[in-house]
Design a protein around this ligand. Structure first.
Ligand code: CUA
Length: 307
């Protein structure tokens, strides 16, 4: 068996084992009964007559259907409960950006530190990966954590986990993405919380000049002229004010409401007219092709930081 190295591993395994054993027991039950019937009701020299034909048995049919329905609903409810745990990250997570590209994984921390094919995280702390792809579909798969999430160009997907075992855990790309797909490997290195703090400090010293995504986003905000139309307060100019809007609901011009999450910001940069805020004219230019993935991440990080 694979190590159970995250808080969700045990849950996934329990459900898997439940389904496995139910299937195995049912299979054996069906085959043994079938063999028993074949032998018991066979036509032979001592009993040359056909067994009477049975046309139906309502009580039996209803109870079998009901029993199977209940079993399937138990599996569904069990899966649903765990699925909700997997998709809803706790509030205070360590956020790390992940960029998948042919054929490597790039990780970027809040302070601007970048690692390739190695993700360093502390044990016992929830980590949230905000993932995107630079080219084609990839899938971030950590078997020891029992977690997998598609990584898609042009949008963000997220994956959260809390590691429970110090050590190295392999990461695979689980979506065929071209020639070197099978070599698109990485490692999650889990450190004790104290070792992680030490690692964070060390790299700060050695990489003093690195600019964090939030700072880069702040620079881009003026370089790209965002500040012409958007204030950093709640006051509207040509476009909405940007203070404290992350994670909040907004009224759109088509009467719908939506939450402003990472994907909303990204779409607003690339296709500004797709979801117009109520009361504002469709005048924002698109930044499709003028911003790199890294710059988009930086602007999104900066907007998130405006609290
Ligand atoms: Cu990336 Cu397969």
């Amino acid at each position: 068996m694979l190590p159970q190295a995250s808080t969700i591993s045990q849950n996934v395994d329990s459900l898997f084992n439940f389904i496995f054993w139910i299937s195995l027991i049912s299979f054996i039950g069906v085959v043994v009964t079938m063999i028993y019937f074949v032998i018991k009701y066979r036509r032979s020299r001592w009993d040359p007559f056909k067994t009477p034909y049975i046309t139906g048995h309502s009580a039996m049919e209803i109870s079998v259907s009901l029993g199977l329905f209940i079993l399937v609903m138990v599996i569904f409810a069990w899966g649903w409960i765990d699925y909700k745990k997997i998709i809803h990250a706790p509030a205070d997570t360590l956020e790390i950006s992940v960029l998948g590209k042919q054929w490597l994984w790039e990780f970027e921390y809040a302070n601007g530190r970048k690692l390739t094919n190695e993700l360093i995280v502390p044990k016992g702390r929830p980590v949230k990966l905000i993932m995107s792809s630079a080219d084609v579909l990839h899938s971030f798969y950590i078997p020891n954590f029992r977690l997998k999430q598609d990584v898609i160009p042009g949008t963000y997907t997220t994956l959260w986990f809390e590691a429970t075992q110090v050590g190295e855990h392999p990461v695979f790309c689980a979506e065929y993405c071209g020639t070197a797909h099978s070599k698109m490997l990485a490692t999650v290195k889990v450190l004790e919380p104290n070792d992680y703090k030490r690692w964070e400090k060390e790299e700060k010293k050695e990489k003093g000049a690195v600019i964090s995504p939030i700072e880069l986003g702040k620079n881009l905000f003026t370089q790209k002229g965002c500040n012409v139309c958007h204030t950093l307060t709640t006051q509207a100019l040509v476009g909405p004010g940007l203070l404290g809007i992350f994670g909040k609901e907004v009224d759109l011009s088509d009467g719908k409401k939506m939450k402003r999450d990472e994907n909303y910001f990204r779409e607003s940069l690339m296709q500004p007219q797709a979801k117009l805020v109520k009361g504002f004219p469709p005048v924002m230019p698109t930044f499709q092709g003028t911003l790199t993935d890294e710059e988009v991440n930086a602007l999104v990080a900066y907007l998130k930081s405006l609290k």
